[in-house]
Design a protein around this ligand. Structure first.
Ligand code: UD1
Ligand code: MG
Length: 454
């Protein structure tokens, strides 16, 4: 099929300089949700009609399989679809979607497409208790005969509760002939796509309808209030899907997935966690409260304790991270590694069973296995212009409050005494320490404050 996505509207009620369809739902532009759903239907052509916001929409979302067509000025939904006509493959039916209706499921669209087949028109409709604002579906003996817009409807038509969602599919050659005959002789002086329904009936083309599995699939975004409502619906759906797959969520209303979260068996996630990009949690992983994970892989049985921030990092199995750990891009931790509170790791690898349990910065370092990094140890990886690497061999012991001035290497089994400023390589299996000699000055007097005169 061809897919035409209408995304030219201005979205005044968003009160924003950003075009409406670029506002994010679950971390991704509204229009991207619609494009991704369209892609899942393997369309032959996919055409996006844009208008408000200049080139912002095509420049943000350009892709080989998409054609962007400017609609300027915007003279209505029928006029919008007309702009797409040169892009369409006449031998395939054309599905019309809205760029600001992000949650329609592929299944609902497939059902609609099946109703239409190759020679019928099919409209996705839904019944609302309050249909105000929508186009009403007018039926005669159960058959759809036309759609009337709210502003053009009379009293009895306004009482109809079945409404047009805006999503429809039509045979393309017929669509072209109907669009050529549209007029803007109506209350809004717009070319209404909905007028093609009556034309189809007149031409003897069967008009079918389908209903979505859930009414929220047809909800559009016109304001930040509606955006927030759809975000919650989407997050609730994601949380329910995780629960169905056996993930334990302390509270399904307090998790946000902005991307793809892949979980093994017996994963537990506490409240307030945010997952961005692609995150993989292996069997038995536990995520404590208020963690943020972005593009990360966590191995079997690992525990991420509360308030940890993990970005573009991989963690082995049976590791313990946090509370308050920060793993920055390029971090690769082996099995049974411990990274504790106020430890920052960047672009560094840790071999199995290594530990940095408190207050450390490990940047641009290759850390072997079974290394112990003491509290307050830091790699001085940056000289103001260049970054340098620190290499720490297996079984090394890095004393508290040491500075490793990179580039520098600590040999296997080496020990650095507390407080060492390491500027030259430390040989293996030896104690290296740089420390001023401790002295005690007998009889020294602490300066006294002068006594107040009264
Ligand atoms: C439209 C339908 C109405 C339906 C409702 C569902 C028509 C005439 N009416 O009404 O039956 O119940 O949607 O929400 O089709 N757009 C463009 N270019 C334009 C005009 C609109 O790209 O010139 C896009 C908008 O960005 C939006 C969509 O088309 O994504 C619908 O436009 P909107 O103005 O919201 O249509 P409604 O008046 O609500
Ligand atoms: Mg309108």
């Amino acid at each position: 099929m061809n897919v035409v996505i209408l995304a030219a509207g201005m979205g005044k009620r968003m009160q924003s300089d950003l075009p409406k369809v670029l506002h994010a739902l679950a971390g991704k532009p509204l229009l991207s949700h619609v494009i991704d759903t369209a892609r899942s239907l393997s369309p032959t052509r996919c055409c996006v009609i844009y208008g408000h916001g200049g080139d912002a929409v095509p420049s943000r979302l350009a892709a080989d399989d998409l054609q962007f067509v400017l609609q300027q000025p915007q003279l209505g939904t029928g006029h919008a679809v007309m702009q797409a006509l040169p892009c369409l493959d006449d031998s395939q039916p054309t599905l019309v979607l809205y760029g600001d209706v992000p949650l329609t499921s592929a299944m609902t669209l497939r059902t609609l497409a099946e109703r239409a087949g190759s020679d019928r028109l099919a409209v996705l409709t839904v019944e609302f208790d309050d249909p105000t604002g929508y186009g009403r579906i007018v039926r005669d003996n159960g058959r759809i005969v036309r759609i009337v817009e709210q502003k053009d409807a009379n009293e009895s038509e306004r009482a109809i509760r079945e409404v047009n969602t805006g999503i429809l599919i039509a045979p393309t050659r017929a669509l072209k002939s109907w669009l050529a005959r549209l007029s803007n002789d109506n209350a809004q002086k717009e070319y209404y796509l909905t007028d093609i329904i009556a034309m189809a009936v007149k031409d003897g083309v069967a008009v079918e309808s389908a209903q979505p599995a859930h009414a929220w699939e047809t909800l559009g975004v016109n304001s930040k209030v509606q955006l927030a409502e759809l975000e919650r619906i989407h997050q609730r759906n994601v949380a329910h899907a995780l629960l169905e797959r056996g993930v334990t969520l302390a509270d399904p209303a307090r998790i946000d997935v902005r991307g793809e979260l892949v979980c093994g068996r017996d994963v537990e996630i506490d409240v307030g966690c945010v997952f961005e990009g692609r995150v993989e949690l292996a069997d038995g992983v536990k995520i404590g409260a208020h963690c943020v994970l972005r593009n990360a892989q966590v191995g079997k049985g690992t525990a991420i304790k509360p308030f940890s921030h993990i970005e573009e990092a991989s963690i082995g199995s049976a590791a313990q991270i946090g509370p308050y750990a920060r793993l920055r891009p390029g971090t690769a931790l082996g099995d049974e590694v411990h990274v504790g509170n106020f430890v920052e790791v960047k672009n560094s690898s840790f071999g199995a069973q290594s530990k940095a349990n408190h207050l450390a910065y490990v940047g641009d370092a290759t850390v072997g296995a079974r290394v112990n990094i003491g509290a307050g140890a830091i790699t001085c990886n940056y000289d103001g212009a260049n970054k340098h690497r620190t290499v720490i061999g297996d079984d090394a012991f890095i004393g508290s409050d040491t500075q490793l001035v990179a580039p520098v290497t600590v040999g296997r089994g080496a020990t650095l005494g507390a407080g060492t400023t390491l500027t030259k390589d430390a040989p293996p299996d030896a104690l290296t320490v740089s420390r001023a000699k401790q002295v005690t000055i007998a009889g020294w007097q602490r300066p006294a404050k002068p006594r107040k005169q009264d």
